[in-house]
Ligand binder design. Structure first.
Ligand code: ARG
Length: 434
């Protein structure tokens, strides 16, 4: 391994180098193109203050373009030949552009280099995940519209509670996913400050054009204090994972509902064939593995959050412990991307057995409707409640359709306001695409 910082004298042997790098250089593959963009912007900033010449910048730009193209085509592989992605960029710039490659690290440290790559990666993924979560919302809205009034039992404690509808159930996920997407979009904005040009955590004795570099990278502002930049590592990851967690908790809940509703005893819902698998021994089985893996996906995010938070028990300043926040962060984000991407198709292709859903609405579930009717006629609610509890058997003549048609409180079955949810989604989609 060629070490950026080798300066003669003793160095860790290969076993120790491998321990220090760990999976880090492989995880850097996810940050590599962002690091290339930031390196370019940094070089441009250096030229504006006279540390690099216009010719230097021309050859660095060309070498960075070529490196990116080779990385994307697979001609350049980022692997354990390098200590990390940052070292790889510098080594490749030297190899491709010669002496000028040795100039590019002036005024920065890998400590701010990794942070700018993480923020660029995090901002991009937050926006993509927000869009993907909006796609989940749209799929749920579509199903809510399609079967808005189809009766479905509303459960609390997994006990039949009140008659409800497919519309209410699917619109709940639609609104939830819109809120999750909002959380992600807010987080993209929260991440949108440039740490680049703070070096190892204490600034440098150069009049770096930090603002110009931040502008080139499309950051809304600067993270000012160099020590704070280092202190924010790990927190930025936790901030994004909190928003990712919102989406994944809804994915998990949806997966749970589908697990229950597809159980043979209920069989309200059928899964698309592409989302089921076979058993290696039981020829009769079609298993909901995909839904179960979606349910397990939140665990990756929650586990990553715990691992990152555990790494942050540190005093001020950079510590190599911080490297330990990178792998769980990237792993959780990439897994969430893959999971969320499957949800719209899953939702769109579910089949609903409306007869079975309707048949599960038992007379007792009308009790709350009846109590509220007595209230409308003037009874105090508690008296109505007691009275209805004593006459549950008399509720059998009611129909689910009448029950849900009368559920007029805003947002409820008879007033789902799907258009309002759609407007919120559209507004956010427009905001994210600007
Ligand atoms: N791989 C390192 C990390 O993720 C890069 C920064 C190394 N900085 C250092 N001072 N050793 O933190």
């Amino acid at each position: 391994m060629s070490l950026l910082w080798a300066k003669g004298g003793g160095a860790p042997d290969s076993a120790i180098q491998a321990f220090c790098a760990g999976e880090d250089v492989l995880v850097d593959r996810h940050l590599f193109t962002f690091d290339i963009d930031a390196t370019r912007a940094h070089a441009h900033g250096l030229s504006r203050i006279g540390v690099l010449t216009a010719d230097d910048v021309t050859s660095l730009d060309a070498a960075l373009d070529a490196l990116r193209a080779d990385f994307e085509s697979g001609a350049f592989v980022l692997d354990a030949r390098f200590e990390d992605g940052h070292s790889a960029i510098e080594a490749e710039l030297v190899r491709r552009a010669g002496e000028v490659g040795r100039r590019v690290h002036a005024g920065r440290s890998r400590n701010d280099q990794v942070q700018v790559a993480l923020r660029l990666y995090g901002r991009a993924r937050a926006k993509e995940l927000a869009m993907a979560t909006l796609d989940c919302a749209s799929a749920c809205l579509g199903r809510a519209r399609g079967d808005a009034d189809a009766p479905l039992v509303g459960y609390t404690h997994l006990q039949r509670a009140v008659p409800s509808t497919v519309g209410l159930w699917m619109a709940a996920f639609a609104e939830g996913f819109v809120e999750d997407a909002e959380h992600l979009a807010l987080t993209a904005r929260w991440l949108d400050r440039s740490p680049l040009g703070t070096a190892a955590g204490f600034g440098v004795n150069l009049p770096l054009d930090r603002q110009g570099v931040a502008d080139e990278l499309g950051f809304a502002a600067l993270q000012l204090n160099p020590m704070n930049v280092q202190s924010s590592r790990g927190k930025l990851e936790l901030g994004l994972l909190a928003a990712v967690r919102s989406s994944m908790l809804d994915v998990r809940r949806l997966a749970w509902d589908l697990s229950l509703f597809t159980m043979e005893e209920l069989a309200f819902v059928g899964l698309p064939d592409a989302f089921t698998t076979g058993s290696s021994i039981m020829p009769n089985k079609r298993n909901p593995d995909v839904v179960e893996l979606l349910r397990a996906s939140a665990a990756r995010v929650l586990g990553a959050e715990a691992e990152i938070a555990a790494c942050l028990s540190l005093p001020s300043g950079y510590h190599r412990d911080l490297q330990g926040t990178k792998e769980p962060f990237v792993r959780a984000v990439e897994h969430a991307r893959a999971a969320i991407a499957l949800v719209p198709r899953l939702v769109a292709e579910l089949t609903f057995d409306k007869e079975r859903m309707r048949a599960a609405i038992s007379p007792g579930t009308y009790a709350t409707d009846r109590a509220v009717e007595l209230v409308r006629d003037g009874a105090p609610f508690r008296d109505a409640y007691r009275q209805v509890a004593g006459e549950l058997a008399s509720l059998g003549a009611r129909t689910p359709e009448d029950s849900v048609r009368a559920r007029v409180s805003p947002g409820a079955c008879a007033d789902l306001r799907l258009d309002e949810i759609a407007v919120r989604a559209d507004r956010l989609r427009a905001e994210l695409s600007t």
